[in-house]
Design a protein around this ligand. Structure first.
Ligand SMILES: Nc1ncnc2c1ncn2[C@@H]1O[C@H](COP(=O)(O)OP(=O)(O)OP(=O)(O)O)[C@@H](O)[C@H]1O
Ligand SMILES: [Mg+2]
Length: 494
């Protein structure tokens, strides 16, 4: 608030005729103007189309409805001899529809040096006619900083206690810190609303409040479209194998979520390479789920189709919004689709890559990038260079132990009794199967068992496995190529 006040006072003092404020927070902007007007001092008026002019620097002033019209208020400003600030709320529709009014405004601007008048245009969105642009400065309300956010939460807690005499808001310290971080990037009013939402149901701030707050924040920031908020995240127990990746993630959770001092070396992201159906997409869900942060998915393919001609702007917007949602996981599935276009796109894809690389190098926020790919030939070398990702993991075909794990997971998910399943046998019979293919075998074996109206047996599974030719066999050459390539450049995820 302090920086806001000083910046705005400087603008008024320097006799800037027009100050443009793009904001939906009218009440807060008006409060700030009152402080500035008092400090200068200046007379202060507010104008709205419904009420006309209203003195704001005098308590209990009555609307001066004689100046309700847009032209009336300008005439009034020109006639006023005492230096004043006029805040014109939602004046934007009247800025572009009359050349006479534009000239009138220009006259006011040219006389500002002697009159000392300042006009503040306050609307959610604003553009000035070119004739007036040289007379204007933009001003944006600073977003609340960490201290202000803590005060906002404390104030909401106080209001809750007031409404519930004798009760105090309970705050789990870690959840409270997390909430403060979550509210960053929001306006004062939105932060207030979310703090209230966290407290109101049970008078407590706890871990369980955070996912819902994240979703509300996502909606408030109007990110739907370019980014998907993925509700479906998973835990470590939902994925078989990938032991190395799991360990790697476990020891990085705290550094990723940790205090501001650790930001320098905070984990930044991984690239997951591997065959189709190997569990890369599932792994992305597991990372967000096991770290308990929101998962935002950027659909690389759709980026081009949906927003034809605006791709780069959308990438920038996406990254900015992900920054605002931090801590979070930003998941770019099948990143090769966003990168290697056929070269006939006027350089769009290389500019997209540039935007992404710059962001990866410079970002200061806790956004963990998870990119997946299965076609390495289409991945640009710039993306693979050391230092872009913390690690490039290769998700290989699962070994016997991992395959047994994966059988267990998918049988368990379907509540199929496993006492009589011979895991050594099914693991041995599923060599070169991917996780997706193992899941498919479980699904088919279940039909087979039900057809004979019995509980599933090892024999049902083995029969299905015998009938399936895994991709790694039918496309052996391609899979081997990928493995060889990865052996030199990537770390094994399992
Ligand atoms: N390691 C695993 N553990 C448990 N389930 C697995 C595993 N790997 C794959 N699956 C199952 O197979 C499904 C498909 O896997 P997933 O979509 O994650 O593979 P992918 O590597 O992303 O494949 P693609 O390259 O085709 O996108 C998963 O949703 C999951 O049910
Ligand atoms: Mg996938």
């Amino acid at each position: 608030m302090m920086a806001n006040f000083q910046d705005l006072r400087t603008l008024v003092k320097s006799r800037t005729p027009f100050i443009m404020v793009e904001s939906r927070e009218e009440a807060r902007a008006l409060l700030l103007m009152q402080k500035v007007a008092r400090a200068m001092p200046r007379l202060l008026f507010q104008w709205t189309a419904t009420q006309g002019l209203l003195r704001l620097d005098i308590a209990d002033a009555k609307p001066q409805s004689f100046a309700a019209g847009a032209d009336d208020v300008l005439a009034q400003i020109r006639a006023n001899k005492s230096a004043s600030i006029y805040v014109l709320c939602d004046f934007h529709p009247w800025l572009h529809d009359s050349p006479v009014r534009v000239r009138q405004l220009r006259d006011i601007a040219l006389a500002a040096d002697t009159t000392g008048h300042t006009i503040v245009f306050l609307s959610h969105a604003l553009t000035l006619p070119p004739e007036l642009q040289g007379h204007a400065a933009s001003f944006s309300l600073a977003l609340p900083n960490e201290n202000t956010l803590r005060e906002i939460i404390a104030e909401e807690a106080r209001l809750w206690s007031q409404a519930h005499p004798g009760q105090k808001v309970l705050a789990d310290p870690l959840a409270h810190d997390m909430l403060v971080r979550l509210l960053a990037g929001l306006t004062h009013a939105d932060a207030q609303r979310l703090a209230r939402q966290a407290i109101v149901d049970d008078g407590a701030i706890r871990d369980a409040d955070l996912p819902e707050i994240n979703r509300s924040k996502f909606r408030m920031m109007n990110m739907e479209g370019v980014l998907q908020f993925e509700y479906d995240t998973r835990g470590l127990a939902d994925i078989g194998g990938l032991r190395h990746l799991k360990q790697w993630l476990a020891i990085r959770r705290q550094p990723f979520l940790g205090g501001a001092e650790a930001l320098l070396d905070t984990p930044r992201g991984v690239l997951l390479l591997g065959v189709q159906g190997g569990g890369k997409s599932l792994a992305a869900r597991v990372i967000a789920g096991s770290w308990q942060v929101p998962l935002l998915r950027m659909d690389a393919g759709a980026l081009y189709n949906k927003f034809h001609g605006e791709t780069e702007r959308n990438v920038r917007e996406t990254l900015r919004l992900a920054d605002a949602m931090s801590p979070c996981v930003l998941w770019i599935d099948e990143i090769e689709k966003a990168m290697a276009q056929d070269g006939n796109d006027n350089g769009t894809s290389s500019r997209v890559l540039g935007t992404l690389l710059t962001w990866m190098a410079e970002r200061k926020s806790r956004v963990f990038l998870v990119a997946t790919a299965n076609d390495i030939s289409r991945l640009p070398p710039e993306l693979m260079r050391k230092g872009r990702f913390d690690e490039i993991f290769f998700v290989d075909l699962p070994d016997a132990a991992s395959r047994a794990d994966i059988f267990r997971i998918h049988l368990g998910k379907r509540k199929i009794p496993v006492e009589n399943i011979d895991f050594t046998a099914v693991a041995a019979a599923s060599e070169r199967f991917t996780g997706a293919e193992i899941e498919q075998a479980v699904v088919s074996a279940r039909y087979r068992a039900h057809a004979g109206s019995a509980a599933m047996t090892t024999a049902d599974l083995l029969a299905e496995l015998r009938e399936t030719k895994p991709l790694a066999v039918t496309m052996a050459e391609k899979v081997e190529g990928l493995r060889r390539w990865a052996a030199e450049r990537a770390v094994m995820a399992d």
